[in-house]
Ligand binder design. Structure first.
Ligand SMILES: Cc1ncc(COP(=O)(O)O)c(C=O)c1O
Length: 431
């Protein structure tokens, strides 16, 4: 299969040779590299990516899950064209940021106020700082396999084995206040939350990079209760689930509300974005008219609330608001998980299809996958091999990463995923 990939992607191969001289690993984000080298994209539209060799891929990575309406949907293209003519970056306050904040508050049950950032990483960083400022406490509980971006205090326990630091250069000082707990294991959190100085518990309601594993509702309820009992803030990282599982995100889908929510991806309509929201009383800590140093919690940056991002995000959120598209995508997700499971099982291959709503992943194991440990103990090599096989057949997943369905995916696109999976299952199948 690798030979087939190489023969189809000769221009990408040549570009990779140039790229790796000027970009470490030839990429701008380590996860975008895959063996033997990544293809380089020339353009994207709807559910498709086209590489520089002219190959077409049905895209289930879909911009790290950001493009819920597909690549360059017309509502976004129109909104962005209008805004480019009116200014790309004001460096002052403007109406679009107010409109998008109002839209977020309208859609997300726990959001009373919002602040915009340029990435999910940044939003998580400021959310943690805000939780510490508000509670006057320092420790953070995060979960094994939880990915919240590259901010030092949250950049531990992401990949298995969880005790190995994710990066060089993380100081003891930056990480010593972060406590790791096991996802979907309430007893573990309960034991760790006894510590007096816990400011916040941060959780992805669906572990994304950790395997596309939904939180169990009882688990989220338990987190909510323990936070209320102990004066801890509950932070949902909804960078993936926000505006995807429901118009109001995972908190609406599961019916358990956090104190602070972190957003990214879909909110920017395909442009760089992050945001965090919460109750007024908490968010007012960011208000320099109300709090002075040392009680004020800082947030800001040159490109915060960039008008192009705000225009694109507003166009997408307005399209999603009535829930029609989302419920259609959620049904498609259910069918995808069920069918992938059936295809592998019919060939005697042990598999768990995980995810919820329009998010999905596969894990080659006979054991139920409830947390990141289970996901990493499954056959990851097989998962990478499956995804590379799909790529050769014109179906793109970033190898080992989750898939997302967008409104641009047609029944024929989904059929092609099933067909390619069936072809792969035949190769590895036992029956
Ligand atoms: C759940 C979650 N949180 C945070 C982030 C970081 O966001 P960004 O890549 O925009 O910094 C990601 C990115 O994939 C994510 O999936």
């Amino acid at each position: 299969m690798l030979e087939d990939y190489v023969s189809k992607t000769q221009k990408s191969r040549a570009l990779y040779e140039r790229a790796k001289k000027v970009l470490p690993a030839g990429v701008s984000y380590g996860i975008r590299f895959f063996e033997p080298y990544p293809f380089y994209t020339a353009r994207a539209k709807g559910s498709k990516l086209y590489d520089i060799d002219g190959n077409e891929y049905i895209d289930y990575w879909i911009g790290h899950g950001a493009h819920i309406l597909g690549h360059s949907p017309s509502v976004v293209v129109e909104a962005v064209k209008r805004q480019v003519e009116n200014g790309t970056h004001f460096g002052t306050s403007h109406e679009l940021e107010v409109l998008l904040a109002e839209q977020v508050v309208k859609m997300v049950p726990s959001a009373e106020m919002v602040r915009f950032t340029n990435s999910g990483t940044e939003a998580n960083m400021y959310a943690i700082r805000l939780a510490r400022a508000y509670t006057g406490k320092s420790k953070i509980i995060k979960f094994e396999g939880g990915w919240h971006g590259g901010y030092d205090a949250l950049h531990i326990g992401v990949k298995y084995p969880f005790h190995i630091p994710e990066s060089a250069g993380l100081t003891v000082g930056a990480t010593q206040d972060t406590v790791l707990a096991v996802f979907n294991n309430f007893e573990d959190v309960e034991a760790k939350a006894q510590e007096e100085s816990v400011a916040a518990i941060i959780v992805e309601p669906v572990l994304g990079a950790g395997g596309s594993i939904p939180a169990e509702k009882e688990f989220l309820r338990g987190l909510r209760e323990i936070c209320d009992e102990r004066g801890i803030l509950l932070i949902y990282d909804e960078v993936i689930t926000g505006f995807r599982l429901a118009p109001g995100g995972a908190q609406q889908y599961f019916g358990v509300l956090p104190d602070i929510t972190v957003f990214g991806k879909i909110l920017g309509g395909g442009f760089p974005v992050g945001a965090f929201s919460g109750r007024r009383e908490i968010m007012e800590r960011l208000n320099p008219l109300v709090y002075e140093r040392p009680n004020f919690s800082f947030h800001g940056g040159t490109f915060c609330a960039n008008p192009i991002t705000m225009a694109a995000g507003l166009a997408v959120l307005k399209t999603l608001e009535d829930g029609g598209i989302i419920s259609r995508l959620n049904k498609m997700g259910e069918k995808v998980r069920e069918t992938l499971r059936e295809i592998f099982e019919a060939k005697g291959v042990d598999v768990q299809a995980t995810g919820v709503g329009s998010l999905f992943n596969t894990h080659f194991t006979s054991k139920q996958v409830r947390n990141a440990r289970d996901a990493f103990e499954a056959d990851r090599k097989r998962l990478a091999e499956y995804h590379i096989n799909l790529i050769v057949m014109g179906v793109f997943f970033l190898p080992t990463h989750f898939g997302s369905i967008s409104a641009a995916h047609t029944d024929a696109d989904i059929e092609k995923l099933f067909q390619a999976t069936e072809d792969y299952a035949k190769i590895i199948g036992k029956v």
